[in-house]
Design a protein around this ligand. Structure first.
Ligand SMILES: C[S@@+](CC[C@H](N)C(=O)[O-])C[C@H]1O[C@@H](n2cnc3c(N)ncnc32)[C@H](O)[C@@H]1O
Length: 348
C-alpha cells in the first residue's frame, strides 16, 4: 500500500513500477500522489510544505508510464486515463505557465473572525493573458480588506463634492470598481465583506472577463448569503471614457492589485482612476503591487502620477508574500509588496 506522511516523503521507487505490470488502479493512485498544486501564497511554512514523493527520479518515472503501451491493462479507457494523468503530472512539473486549468480555494478573513471561502477557476495561462491566474498581491490585499474599512477615516459614500457628513439617512450603498480584476479575488472578497453596504463592478480586458464572470457565478452561494452585489464587465485602461462619467456614475472606492507590468500601465491606470473616482474627500483608491526590481520605475511613476492627479497617500505599508512560481531550485519565492490607500487632497 502506498502511504506518505508530511515529514517523510516517499521515494519514487516505492511507487508501482512499469516492469511490475501494476494494475490501472494502482497506477492512478500513484499518479494522484504525484499531483502538484501551485504553491500557496500563504506563510513561508505553507509555501515550503514538501511534496508527498521526493522529486528525484519522478520525471523519469512519469516518462516511463507515458512511453509504455500499458498492454496488460484491460481496456483502452484505463490506458487513456493513466497516460492522461501521467502527462498532466509532467506538465505540472514544467512550471506554473504549463499547469493545466485548476480551481483554487482562498480563505478571506472577515472582521467577525469568520473566514469566507472563495473558489476561483484559473484557466491555463500564457504570457498575454496574465489575468487567468491569481497573483500574490491580490492574495495579500484580499486578506487586508477587512481591516481597511473600519479604521478612521471611515469609508462612506461620497454624496457630493460638498463633503456632507454621512448620516444614517444620506448613506447609500458604497459604489466600488475594481480595475484589472483577473480572476476576481480582491473584488469578490470586497463584495462578500461589504455585503449589502456596497456594490462592486469587477473589470478587465475582453479576453479575461468571461472567466471573471464565471468566478462570480462559482461563488454565488457566498455572495447571496452575504447579500453582495457584483457585476462584471470590460474596462480597458488604454481607452479614454467617452463621454466622461457623470458624477453619479463615479465610484467611491477603486481597487487594483498587481496592475503595473508595461511602460504604459502607470499612465493608463491613473488616467482611468481620474475620471472614475468620486470627487468626495471620502473617496479612496486601494492598490497593492509587488516591488519587483524590473517594475520599480513603473511603481514610482504610478505614485508620481497619483500625486499629480491630486491624490495623497492616506495609509501605506509593505508586506511579504510567497509567489506560486518557484525558483530554479524549487524554493518558495518571497515577494515584497506595497499596499497603499489614497484619497483626494483637501486643496483639490
Ligand atoms: C498581473 S494581472 C493581476 C490580476 C489580478 N488583479 C491579480 O492580482 O490576481 C494584471 C491584470 O491587469 C489586466 N490588464 C492589463 N492591461 C489592462 C488594460 N489595458 N485594461 C484593463 N485591464 C488590463 C490584465 O488582463 C490582468 O488581469
Amino acid at each position: 500500500m502506498i502511504s506518505a506522511t508530511a515529514d517523510e516523503p516517499l521515494n519514487v521507487l516505492d511507487l508501482p513500477q512499469i516492469y511490475q505490470k501494476p494494475s490501472g488502479t494502482d497506477l492512478v493512485k500513484a499518479l494522484t500522489l504525484l499531483t502538484l498544486q501551485p504553491r500557496t501564497f500563504g506563510t513561508s511554512e505553507d509555501a515550503v510544505k514538501g511534496p508527498a514523493v521526493q522529486p528525484t527520479g519522478v520525471t523519469r518515472y512519469l516518462t516511463s508510464i507515458v512511453a509504455s503501451p500499458l498492454s496488460w491493462l484491460e481496456t483502452d479507457e484505463l490506458r487513456e486515463a493513466v497516460w492522461d494523468a501521467a502527462a498532466s503530472r509532467l506538465s505540472e512539473r514544467s512550471g506554473r505557465t504549463a499547469m493545466p486549468a485548476m480551481s483554487r480555494i482562498f480563505p478571506v478573513p472577515s472582521s467577525s473572525g469568520e473566514d469566507y471561502t472563495l473558489t476561483l477557476h484559473e484557466p491555463s495561462i500564457t504570457a498575454d493573458n496574465l489575468g487567468m491566474k491569481t497573483w500574490v498581491s491580490s492574495y495579500l490585499l484580499s486578506r487586508r480588506l477587512h481591516n481597511l474599512f473600519g479604521s478612521p477615516p471611515e469609508l462612506v459614500p461620497s454624496e457630493s463634492i460638498n463633503h456632507t457628513p454621512a448620516t444614517e439617512e444620506n448613506q447609500r450603498p458604497l459604489r466600488a470598481l475594481e480595475l484589472g480584476s483577473g480572476t476576481g479575488l480582491v473584488g469578490l472578497a470586497f463584495a462578500a465583506l461589504r455585503g449589502k453596504s456596497a456594490s462592486i463592478h469587477l473589470t478587465d480586458l475582453p479576453e479575461i472577463v468571461p472567466n471573471l464572470a464565471h468566478n462570480a457565478a462559482l461563488n454565488v452561494e457566498l455572495l447571496t448569503r452575504t447579500e453582495a452585489t457584483v457585476t462584471t464587465g470590460v474596462l480597458d485602461w488604454s481607452v479614454t471614457p467617452n463621454p466622461l462619467p457623470a458624477p453619479e456614475e463615479r465610484f467611491d472606492v477603486i481597487l487594483a492589485a498587481d496592475p503595473l507590468y508595461s511602460p504604459n500601465h502607470p499612465r493608463w491606470l491613473v488616467d482611468t482612476i481620474g475620471p472614475w473616482l468620486s470627487r468626495g474627500l471620502d473617496a479612496r483608491v486601494v492598490a497593492e503591487m509587488p516591488l519587483r526590481d524590473a517594475y520599480l520605475p513603473q511603481v514610482q511613476e504610478f505614485r508620481q502620477r497619483m500625486v499629480d492627479l491630486g491624490l495623497a497617500v492616506v495609509a501605506e505599508g509593505q508586506e511579504v508574500g510567497y509567489d506560486d512560481w518557484e525558483s530554479a531550485d524549487g524554493d518558495a519565492l518571497a515577494v515584497k509588496c506595497w499596499w497603499s490607500v489614497w484619497g483626494w487632497c483637501e486643496k483639490v
